[in-house]
Design a protein. Structure first.
Length: 370
């Protein structure tokens, strides 16, 4: 059993029609409930719910404070390599883009670690392009112990692996894995993944199942907003979360909502999401699931991140560089995508404190569970 079985029970067109058919009455019913189901989530992300954004925001804020207090976890991505064996239309690391390729050596990783530790971070997200031979398990076996000794919490965003690989990486210090489906629409997925192992839609879709069976503490899921109709894609992400929490209840989960950003290749979004609609989505996820962690990256502008922070977000990246070696040496030619919030970690920390929140440099769960 995996999410593939549940996924095959859903029909994209029917889901889309159902979301757009929701009425004000459906939204009001969802807002009146203390526990919401997937039909309620449809109502909360529907066009009809846009008129109820203030009520959604107030409820979302209250639920988030009740569950997570006034803490805000901070993490930083550490890009280890931009080698990639996939051709993806939306990514600056795509093998078809003519950029300099680089994989950090152990000495270069040490330099990155020193730069990151000076900024106080104790939670790091390791990122690579998807290249299983040159940046695969042999590389991970070598660098994970090196990095883990410096950080309390270690997450990865790399190519999907087998269950036994995840179990091995857990013994080397891996705590969390982020694996985004990009889009849950199979034909659109095929349009954007032209070469490489990432073409295998189902293998990627089953990755959270393999992660949970391997005992990974936290799994991050989500859709790349802009590849397909954002409402339908984000419903599928909610259905995926609903399935995972029921099947693997010991695991923690997080959701991200990255919007397409400029990169080499410059794909134009098929579905444009406004700032107001992203606020609606964040609140809808929180009302649907008071326990799930919601993460907001530096893809978004400083103003947006500052304003939306209280409404449901539990973790934020800061001072991000999206190129290998970017903290010790600023070489923008190697970027995966352009970031929008370029503030320093110190500036983001000051902003969080000014809004009455407590910045947490470790993973909050590790800090407050002993």
């Amino acid at each position: 059993m995996s999410f593939v079985e549940r996924f095959n029970e859903l029909d994209w067109h029917d889901v889309s029609m159902s979301i757009n058919a929701k009425t004000a009455r459906d939204v009001e019913r969802a807002l009146s409930k203390t526990k919401r189901d997937l039909e309620d989530f449809k109502a909360l992300i529907s066009p009809a719910a846009e008129a109820y954004l203030e009520q959604m925001a107030q409820q979302s804020l209250a639920l988030t404070r009740k569950r997570f207090g006034n803490t805000m976890s901070l993490y930083i991505p550490l890009y280890l390599s931009n080698l990639c064996a996939n051709a993806c239309t939306y990514c600056g690391f795509s093998m078809e883009n003519r950029i300099k390729r680089r994989t950090l050596s152990e000495q270069e990783i040490d330099a990155e670690i020193r730069a990151i530790k000076q900024m106080k971070f104790d939670s790091v997200l390791l990122v690579t392009g998807e290249h299983e031979t040159k940046v695969g398990m042999n590389y991970f076996r070598k660098v994970l112990p090196q990095i883990k000794q410096h950080f309390n919490y270690l997450a990865m965003e790399v190519q999907p692996l087998e269950e036994e690989d995840y179990a091995e990486l857990k013994t080397l210090g891996l705590d969390a894995v982020m694996v985004y489906q990009e889009t849950y629409h199979p034909s659109t997925y095929a349009e954007h993944h032209l070469r490489g192992n990432k073409m295998n839609f189902e293998f990627r879709l089953e990755t959270p199942d393999r992660l949970a069976r391997a005992g990974i503490d936290k799994i991050g899921i989500g859709a790349l907003i802009g590849l397909e109709d954002w409402r339908t894609d984000c419903f599928y992400a909610a259905a995926h979360l609903d399935y995972l929490e029921k099947a693997y209840w010991k695991t923690r989960y997080s959701i991200s909502f990255p919007r397409l950003r400029p990169c080499a290749g410059a794909l134009q979004p098929k579905s444009v999401m406004t700032d107001k609609q992203l606020v609606q989505l964040i609140c809808a996820y929180r009302l649907f699931n008071p326990e799930v962690e919601l993460s907001l990256s530096t893809r978004e502008s400083p103003e947006f991140r500052d304003n939306v922070l209280p409404l449901g977000i539990t973790s934020m990246s800061a001072a991000s560089k999206t190129q290998p070696g970017g903290y010790a040496n600023d070489d923008v030619e190697l970027e995966q995508f352009e970031i929008s919030d370029e503030r320093s970690a110190e500036s983001v920390e000051a902003m969080i404190r000014a809004r009455g929140f407590d910045p947490v440099w470790r993973d909050w769960h590790s800090v407050y569970s002993g």
